[in-house]
Design a binder for this molecule. Sequence first.
Ligand code: G3P
Ligand code: MG
Length: 253
Amino acid sequence: MNSSTLPPGGPLLLAPVVAHRGASGDAPENTLGAIRLAADQGARCIEIDVSISRDDVPFVHHDATLERCTNGAGRLCDHDAAELDRLQADKGHSDWQGESLPRLSAVVELCRQLNLGLNLEIKPAAGLEQRTARAICTQLSATWPEELPFVFSSFSTAALDTARECWSDAARALLVGRVPADWKERLSRHACRNLHCAGGQLTAEDAGEIVAASVGLYCYTVNDPVRARELLACGVHGVFTDHPGRLLAALPA
Ligand code: G3P
Ligand code: MG
């Protein structure tokens, strides 16, 4: 592939409204409860963050450390899965007591039951980029229901490259903040069909060029319906939001 050739397949389409960490504006983020609530609010796709335990089991969690969202302490990757299974992930949500820290396997099963597409963001601890992507691919390549939309994303190109080696059929998205000037070369280098960028910084000009190149374009984290409408009008394929119900109600069907 030369420096400007994008991988075949075109954009990997999820949905115009993707629930960011589940319906994380109303429920504890990245929990089964937040995913069920997203589906109840009408979302057809979710985004989650995934890293691995000390014994290489994928868990759904945003931070490298456990303190902000759970009753645990220290780095997630320093605990075995059996210890992580005992944690509560309902911190700060007194009305959601009992939510656990979910294994990825439980989320896959829930997506299957609720018919939800998935953007799995690989969120490796520093130094565990390849091991994390490998553990996730080993599990998902055998269990993901192929009829449901699926795309990996990551800020870590090492993780994306490993995902490409381990499960080449799965689509990948490069995650960035501001769109870099060399976005096309970067997508080409890492064989990514999608670009996921910060919604607050995207210009209409960049959006137009990216969509015209047949790249899937999704923006995070967009909770303002006015901004969501602007982005979708520029050709953006979808937005990640903490409030899927609110955005779905405000956008044209
Ligand atoms: O995947 C979009 C978005 O989730 C990336 O940032 O920090 O919310 O995982 P973050
Ligand atoms: Mg994320």
